[in-house]
Unconditional design. Structure first.
Length: 401
């Protein structure tokens, strides 16, 4: 079986999911075309060598419909011979797309692939695909398929996380992200030109450096009405020991919606001879799993625990963890159950501060992890994401020395 190496990992800035957001003037295919150009130029890569492109995308509607992995390649003018596949595993899609690209190499179906993701939430809003699973109450009751905020509140209830503890996660995320931005630690960001407004976009926009504990405490619950509309009853029926659900998640301790895209260049060791550079890291293993669907967004915890158990690792054996900050409750559960110290856990902030472009987030987290491992001269890292319905994906990487 081939070994799979990461040669490059790039992303756009994460920008506000609003009409005046930095990337909102670009179509999804235009944003991807800019990333294809960067990955080609930075690595002196001949596009004809690429044998698969896999992109994560959650809301596959409108401009993001019709297999954006392939249509973006066509719009970018890359060779027609390159196949593209669009992956949807909810908010784990970006990391799963990289996993799929890696599996092509592991199975000897390809030697060079690209994985990544795209989500333009300013142009294609969340839930605009009008999926029955998210809108049909009878379906939700039958399958325990709930919206993400309800799951986050149930995590906090079930694991007895206080509102103050949830807000503290958000405060740390904002502080860490602001410090990382100020010190230029997000080196995987590439500049994107916004032709509509004649400007370069190269800074994350969602970070709120002025956030205080007091400002977080003043925010009202965001998902209380959703719970009262039926989600609370479904959760309490399944777990009668929790007759009341604590609604502790707010706009301040939940992930920010945003626009963004990412690409990861993968290849065998022989790609180094063509691009004239050494690989940055090796993918050791990946896996996907499902946890309790009523918690919705806790799958990353079970994925990491399973991956570490498989390889006989404890948190002491891993230098850094980059775990999807899918609401504050998810982060608290991950850090507590996996026994991860603060100096190893999401050290540059998470999606609460940086933003969560759903289909791209997993690939972005991988790039952030790789950046920081290299900056710290460390070796081993785990990246993990959560999606709806309890899904979770994790990847173990090792920096090349």
């Amino acid at each position: 079986m081939n070994q799979v190496f990461i040669y490059d990992a790039i992303r756009s800035a994460r920008t506000r999911a609003k009409p005046d957001g930095g990337l909102a003037g670009l179509t999804p295919t235009q944003l991807m075309a800019a990333l294809y150009q960067h990955i080609q130029t930075r690595n002196d890569l001949d596009p004809n060598l690429v044998q698969e492109v896999a992109l994560g995308c959650v809301t596959q509607a409108g401009e993001q419909a019709a297999n954006i992995a392939k249509t973006s390649l066509m719009d970018a003018g890359w060779p027609q011979s390159i196949p593209g596949i669009t992956v949807h595993r909810f908010c784990s899609s970006g990391l799963d797309a990289v996993n799929l690209a890696a599996m092509k190499i592991w199975s000897n179906q390809a030697l060079v692939t690209l994985g990544g993701g795209i989500e333009m939430m300013s142009r294609v809003p969340m839930l605009s695909d009008k999926a029955t699973a998210f809108t049909d109450r009878e379906f939700a009751a039958k399958t325990h398929f709930l919206l993400m905020g309800s799951g986050a509140d149930f995590i906090a209830t079930r694991h007895e996380f206080s509102r103050e503890a949830l807000d503290e996660v958000a405060f740390k995320s904002q502080q860490n992200a602001a410090a990382a931005q100020a010190h230029g630690r997000f080196s995987s960001i590439v500049p994107i030109f916004d032709l509509a407004n004649n400007r370069w976009i190269e800074q994350d926009e969602c970070i709120r450096a002025g956030t205080t504990r007091e400002s977080l405490a003043a925010m009202p619950p965001a998902f209380e009405a959703l719970g009262h509309a039926g989600a609370d009853a479904i959760q309490s029926k399944a777990y009668p020991q929790f007759p009341t659900i604590m609604h502790g998640h707010t706009a301040g301790n939940s992930p920010a919606m945003c626009d963004g895209a990412a690409l990861v260049l993968l290849g065998t060791e022989h790609l180094a001879d063509t691009v004239n550079q050494k690989p940055k890291a090796r993918i050791i293993d990946t896996l996907s799993i499902c946890d309790e669907p009523l918690e919705v967004v806790s799958g990353c915890v079970k994925a990491v625990a399973t991956l570490m158990q498989k390889h006989g690792l404890t948190s002491a054996d891993v230098d850094l963890f980059e775990i999807h900050e899918a609401f504050a409750g998810t982060s608290l559960r991950a850090q507590n159950e996996l026994e991860i110290d603060d100096d190893k856990f999401n050290v540059n902030g998470g999606c609460i501060a940086l933003g969560h472009p759903m289909g791209a987030t997993g690939a972005m987290l991988l790039g952030t992890l790789l950046d920081e491992l290299i900056l710290r001269n460390q070796r081993t890292g785990i990246v993990a994401t959560s999606g709806a319905a309890g899904t979770g994906t994790a990847m173990l990487i090792e920096v090349c020395v």
